[in-house]
Design a protein around this ligand. Structure first.
Ligand code: NI
Length: 183
């Protein structure tokens, strides 16, 4: 099942997400639907608040996008905790399914060390670099209520203001279904 994607202006994207508990109904079905939703919209990552659930879970698939000899991953991160960010910051032009038609340069550190549970609730602690580290940091931000436009300078945000307002009103036409804030 493909979920509609929540977009900028939806309060669920600004909440600090709650941990996933054992009571979560059909966790595996939810994760499968998230993957379907992500592939349907050509995303490389998707966080639960982007499908309207303020829980600490995100997925990613960077298997076709990693370069520089790094291997991409296809994984589910449940109740993740970033333990350490390190390395030089580098710029990448980022996009987000919740910010249709916007792409902006964002600086993030190279490496991330993260603790999480997989879909069977097995614990892991791993370190990632490159594009996968970038996507992890972007998706993790969604669980903290942070979106990449928050990192832009006030000037850049002012330039984007009309675009952001258009998204809030649902006046965008991505090729995937969105949930218009407040509707
Ligand atoms: Ni995003």
């Amino acid at each position: 099942m493909i979920y509609p994607v929540t977009v900028f202006g939806d309060p669920v994207l600004r909440k600090k997400a709650e941990p996933v508990t054992k009571d979560f109904q059909d966790l595996k079905g939810f994760i499968q639907n998230m993957f379907e939703t992500m592939y349907n919209s050509d995303g490389v990552g998707l966080a639960a608040p982007q499908v309207g659930q303020a829980v600490r879970l995100f997925i990613l698939d960077t298997t076709t996008t990693e370069e520089d000899g790094l291997t991409g991953i296809k994984k589910t991160f449940i109740n993740p905790e970033i333990i350490e960010k390190s390395g030089d910051e580098w710029v990448l032009n980022e996009g987000c399914l919740s910010l249709p038609e916007i792409r902006e340069d964002v600086l993030r550190p190279e490496t991330v060390k993260i603790k999480y549970l997989d879909e069977d609730l097995n614990p892991y602690e791993e370190t990632y670099s490159g594009f996968t580290s970038r996507v992890i940091q972007h998706e993790y931000d969604h669980l903290e209520g942070i979106m990449f436009v928050d990192y832009l300078t006030p000037l850049k945000r002012r330039i984007l203001k009309s675009k952001l307002t258009a998204i809030t009103k649902g006046k965008v036409l991505p090729k995937y279904r969105i949930k218009i804030p407040g509707k």
